[in-house]
Design a protein around this ligand. Structure first.
Ligand SMILES: Nc1ncnc2c1ncn2[C@@H]1O[C@H](COP(=O)(O)OP(=O)(O)OP(=O)(O)O)[C@@H](O)[C@H]1O
Length: 219
């Protein structure tokens, strides 16, 4: 399956945030979005998800225009930057709601096995993030949008999450953004840089320095 976001124009008041943006995600490939703070990465994910309405957008799935918000099709799951699960829900309930197998989860993340009856709000910040990322990646659906999945997660778990993303990509379209650029570069097959309101497909990593996203000599 191929997802395309085309000709995206987003303004807040008179300020142009995105202007003629194009991005393609496809099953079997992980697509990364890089860009400085405030460049519009989160807004672009929300526009694709369908909960932020821009001045203009064209979303296509396998070349067919999708006229309603993508989230209404139930094909898509979106990890926002903030915690989206109610703090009062116990993990076993959350896993049931997302139709995700608890026992598969604790094979991957053994240290969580004691938390089955724990309320989501009683986990640490990083633990909450891991649960949310896992649920978004594993829940039934074909399109995954991840906003800062590595933020607040310990390095050892980042490796597991990258593994999981790599396994899921075979049956899902995965589009993610994160400021941990080295993790993004490592896990992604295709990279876009948002700059001056436009996306640029990165052919050569050196462009990240040339376009001033990274300081010269970082790579
Ligand atoms: N509801 C809003 N009203 C007005 N301006 C907004 C709103 N939401 C976002 N913006 C502006 O749009 C721009 C893009 O925001 P966005 O959150 O997409 O950036 P980002 O690239 O994800 O940034 P960061 O990396 O810091 O999370 C920013 O300048 C932000 O201030």
């Amino acid at each position: 399956m191929i997802l395309e976001a085309d000709s995206i124009e987003l303004y807040f008041k008179n300020k142009a945030i995105l202007n003629g943006v194009y991005l393609k995600g496809e099953t079997g490939k992980i697509t990364g979005i890089l860009g400085r703070n405030g460049s519009g990465k989160s807004c672009l994910l929300r526009i694709i998800f369908g909960d932020l309405k821009p001045k203009y957008k064209l979303i296509r799935l396998d070349s067919k225009p999708i006229l309603k918000a993508l989230f209404t099709t139930k094909k898509v799951h979106y990890l926002p930057q903030y915690n989206f699960i109610s703090k009062s829900l116990r993990l076993k309930t959350v896993f049931q709601l997302f139709e995700v197998n608890w026992f598969d989860f604790i094979i991957e993340f053994e240290s969580f096995s004691i938390y089955r009856s724990t309320k989501f709000g009683d986990l640490s910040g990083g633990e909450r993030r891991i649960v949310e990322i896992y649920l978004i990646l594993k829940a039934p659906g074909q399109i995954i949008l991840l906003d800062e999945p590595f933020n607040g997660v310990a390095p050892i778990h980042i490796e597991k999450i990258k593994d999981l993303i790599n396994r899921e990509k075979n049956q899902k379209i995965i589009i993610l953004t994160d400021h941990r650029y080295s993790e993004v570069i490592d896990v992604c097959d295709n990279l876009y840089l948002i700059r001056n309101g436009c996306t640029k497909l990165v052919d050569n990593l050196k462009e990240l320095e040339d376009y001033n996203y990274l300081s010269m000599g970082t790579l």
